[in-house]
Design a protein around this ligand. Sequence first.
Ligand code: SAM
Length: 414
Amino acid sequence: MDPYLLGLRLEGRRVVVVGGGAVASRRVPALLDAGADVLLVSPKVAASLEDLAAAGRIRWEPRGYRPGDCSGAWLVCACTDDPEVNAAVAAAAEAQRTWYVRADDAGASAAWTPASGQAAGIRVAVLSVDPKRGDPRHSAAIRDAVVAGLQSGRLSARHGRRHPAGVAIIGGGPGDPGLITVRGRQLLAEADVVLTDRLAPRLLLDELRDDVEIIDAGKIPYGRAMAQEHINAALVRHAQAGRFVARLKGGDPFVFGRGAEEVLACLRAGVPVTVVPGVTSAVGVPASAWVPVTHRGVAQEFHVVSVHVAPGDERSTVNWELLGGSSGTLVLLMAVERIGAVADELLRYGRSPDTPVSVIADGTLPTQRTINSTLEQVESRVAEEGVRPPAIVVVGDVVSVAAEITELMHHVTA
Ligand SMILES: C[S@@+](CC[C@H](N)C(=O)[O-])C[C@H]1O[C@@H](n2cnc3c(N)ncnc32)[C@H](O)[C@@H]1O
């Protein structure tokens, strides 16, 4: 017979897990997410379960299974690698009419664990009932497809009861559409209106339904300061008209992204607002060129600096003397046009002329390119190569680690 699907509400209810290996390590976190009161019985357990026990999240009895362990349980999971123990656990649960899952023998289980996932406020559970397709990987693949569909909006839960309201300020990551967070993608899929930036991952906009209004904030025809006011006003106006507004930004909204200004504007107008962090280009773009911003024994600190105004400009608040004197990695945004002045300043305050520098343009995009140089040469190299924004400049010895990685990569992929 086909199984009857139920959603178990386990909050505060005892679940006994017997066995502490790989299966238990996968099941216990999901049980805890559902609020279960987990008792784990096993002489030895995986490190992640030991950590949960040490943190008081589960009760661990460090011993073998004993008759009576299942008493008081609402659900029992027999996850040892010994079929005899699992059979004894299952028999005890059956005798007391408690649902039980045997990890080693689906045919002898009273209940099966589905492949499950969650997106857009929907919990998805998939069980294969076709004996020819009983492979758990098949269920997991279907689950992944449904979850991905919900996340991208291709399967829309938009008209469900929990359609969000207000404004979501979403960090879209550095450009590759795969680098937005799961939550960012879900909220984007539920939006009625999307206000997007020039550096936001625009490929994601192709996935939106035809009735979603897309406003290109980069094309608002006002100066820099005014444009922001118009964006703030548009966010408030659309939200007050009852539409759910996604503000899609490049990188992280709070890293040189004026995200907090937008949050304040919404709150001042009484509009509910949420922020979804993003992968900032300050870290994600160097990583895409194999540059680690920290590396043991090489750099213990990294500084992220906006060079939208040059050193020496009266509006600059950056302490270049401190940065020149430090040995930490410097990650410079909006620096390409002013790279000569920056290099001069760093040399003046003590950085060595042969300090390695990497300039990474269009990071994470198909057009990404990297120019490697030194502090002394970087200005002329950038001019020769005609590097255009957006680009990240990384200064420091970590750039040499990238060279080592890429050298080894050639051997691995050859
Ligand atoms: C106004 S800032 C926005 C930063 C963004 N909020 C973040 O967290 O990445 C714009 C600058 O970010 C950097 N940037 C953003 N995306 C980039 C990318 N894909 N490749 C290289 N640099 C990028 C460039 O320095 C660009 O001038």
